[in-house]
Design a protein around this ligand. Sequence first.
Ligand code: PGA
Length: 261
Amino acid sequence: MRRILIAGNWKMHLNVQQSSLLVHRLSERIKTHNDIEVVLSPSLVSLQPMSLEIDRRKFRLAAQNAYLKDEGAYTGEVSFTMLKELVHYVIIGHSERRIYFCESLETVRDKVAAAFRNGLTPILCIGENKEEREDGMTKQVLHDQIVTALYNLTAEEVAKVVIAYEPVWAISTFGGELAKPAQIETAIKFIRHQIAQLYGQRVADEVRVLYGGSVDDQTARGYLEIPGCDGALIGGASINYMKFSGIVDAAYRMLREGTKE
Ligand code: PGA
């Protein structure tokens, strides 16, 4: 069984002190559960103190970004090599990085390879924008993003990748239109189908696929129950301790009540 993953992307919010307070509040509310993995992704400056503070049975850490080279004269950048003692995951290819920082398909591919080279697991974000959906290009966009990003990996590595399907138009800061469960289910099926074609059915069955886009404590359960959906990547609601712990609780209740397919 694929383990449910609930990941909070704090984006460029919260300083070290505020991050510490949020972790403290989340720790009080979130219980450990063998079948649910909870991942927190604070800003880079908070990663080091948080790596010492967190209860590792409860939380794992993710970096929001890293540079594709391991070392060198790249002023202002931080490498996967530097992060590997601190985090388990790295978010790669988030639409904000693709849009605001012009990250190309090839950059995302090289970052995914750099993550594996350094023993880190990518949370690879993919998803179409509104125009692409309206033009009937969703599958083509997902296909291109998957094929390029995974290009340098072995089947064993691909099986470990976490893919987050995040339609750009559903992300709260890019419009926040609520995606319909049927749209998400179709996209997730397509993603697994692509992986199966490229790396075989066993790998496709192992890859975890999350949903991201305006998930909060009210909507989480509906998204988590979508067949093939293995969790959520949460932006805005992840820096609100009531909402984020409510999302983890929704996953917990879903498993307890056995409503997951
Ligand atoms: P959101 O962000 O939950 O605020 O829509 C999701 C994301 O950007 O990963």
